[in-house]
Ligand binder design. Structure first.
Ligand SMILES: Cc1ncc(COP(=O)(O)O)c(C=O)c1O
Length: 414
């Protein structure tokens, strides 16, 4: 699986002289799985019914459950969030230029570029890691048709400010809510903001359907169009009325989703417990600050995000990643190096980095640590102890790293 790469990094030399690394690698984004028995029962039910795809009973039930949980009128289940974004963008008739953050997974930008719409990269607010509304306003041109905010780490964008800009400038506003399933903003569930929002249910996400996603919206017309577009544009047996694609979720994915929904509270409780263990373990380590989650909101706590201040820590984020990988802790650099530094955008906008100073800084600072139901508080204490020791002995660690090799390359920064 592309989300759990770097397994061979265990061969790297420990920079800390610890007795032994973790026997099993600790991953970021190991899947959370619900009750296996219930899942197997559903598979049997599905096979007995012999209905495997094409809007089957599990998909229909799943859509109702998600719409109810999020508090929206429509949920359209999809094969993944990337195709869901593409369909939502097409159904909303976005064209020309659309403003997006560069600090996001590449799929946000690609879902536009794939349809020959120009993603215009906007800088983020360093306090929230999300789109900075003041910068958004500066990027609007006569070609701009929309804004896609991303609720990075499950923390909501400044939806009020973005909605005000979108309204005043007559733009569509949508959200990539890939990280934000089961999170709220101002007491309202994420999914209910803008024209439409898109969730990812990829295996690495808080809640998964193996691969999967959903578009949620309160707009009847848009929902009807999306339903047709995700099924090739078919309006009836022999009638096609749109250019569509195949975005359908399968029954087995919906069965996984229905099963995992039954364990949602448990996943959130484990993630929160892990977050608190990291908060305790990392407090007082110079140069490491854990991002916060608003306790008054619903949060999935799926991302343990530390920002590394190299001057205070004595080690850079990349050096800490190398230290951790050598101990079999497969920490990640998320969204590195930023969409604007990946092709084709790097060639299209060679100077984009000059407009994105906060994104540039953040992509060098962010360190994502393992959590989820596969990670225990004892393991978290050990991870924190590794970071503590590395930073306390940073000059020697740096020397040893300099004598060693390169940082192993992650295949995909998911
Ligand atoms: C912010 C963001 N957007 C979009 C996606 C794409 O989701 P999917 O893998 O379901 O296509 C991801 C997935 O990792 C993501 O993190």
């Amino acid at each position: 699986m592309s989300n759990i790469t770097n397994c061979n990094s265990t061969s790297a030399q420990s920079a800390l002289d610890l007795p032994r690394p973790f026997a099993q690698p600790l991953h970021v984004g190991r899947p959370n799985q619900g009750n296996r028995q219930r899942f197997l029962e559903r598979i049997n039910e599905m096979l007995d019914r012999n209905w495997l795809s094409n809007n089957g009973p599990f998909v229909k039930e799943f859509e109702l459950r998600i719409a109810d949980l999020v508090g929206v009128k429509h949920c359209i289940a999809m094969c993944n969030a990337t195709v869901a974004l593409e369909i939502a963008i097409r159904a909303a008739d976005l064209k020309g230029e659309v403003i997006v953050p560069a600090f996001t997974f590449i799929a946000t930008a690609h879902s536009l570029q794939w349809q020959e719409i120009t993603p215009v990269f906007c800088d983020i607010d360093p306090r929230t890691h999300n789109l900075d509304p003041a910068r958004v306003e500066e990027l609007i041109t006569p070609k701009t048709t929309g804004i896609i905010g991303v609720h990075v780490w499950g923390r909501a964008c400044d939806v009020e400010a973005l909605a005000e800009i979108a309204h005043r400038r007559n733009l569509n506003l949508m959200f990539d809510a890939a990280h934000a399933f089961a999170c709220s903003h101002g007491g309202k569930m994420i999914g209910g903001f803008g024209l439409a929002e898109v969730f990812s249910f990829h295996a690495t996400k808080f809640f998964n359907t193996f691969e999967g996603g959903a578009i949620v919206t309160d707009n009847d017309e848009l929902a009807a169009k999306i339903r047709l577009m995700k099924n090739f544009g078919f309006a009836g047996y022999d009638e096609v009325i749109y250019v569509g694609t195949n975005g359908k979720m399968t029954e087995i994915c919906a069965a996984m989703g229905l099963t995992n929904l039954e364990s949602l509270d448990e996943f959130a409780a484990v993630n929160r417990r892990n977050y608190e263990a990291y908060r305790l373990g990392l407090s007082g380590i110079p140069g490491l600050s854990l991002i916060g989650y608003d306790q008054s909101e619903k949060c999935n706590y799926q991302y343990i995000v530390a920002e590394v201040d190299e001057v205070k820590a004595g080690l850079s984020r990349d050096e800490l990643v190398r230290v951790l990988h050598a101990e079999n802790v497969l920490a990640r650099r998320y969204f590195y190096p930023g969409c604007h530094r990946m092709e084709p955008y790097r060639s299209h906008y060679p100077h984009a980095r000059l407009l994105l100073p906060e994104t540039e800084k953040l992509t060098q600072r962010v360190l994502i640590l393992p959590t989820g139901t596969a990670v225990s508080p004892t393991e978290i204490r050990e991870v924190c102890a590794i970071l503590d020791q590395a930073i306390r002995t940073s000059p020697r660690v740096r020397e040893r790293l300099e004598a060693g090799g390169e940082l192993p390359q992650a295949a995909a920064e998911k």
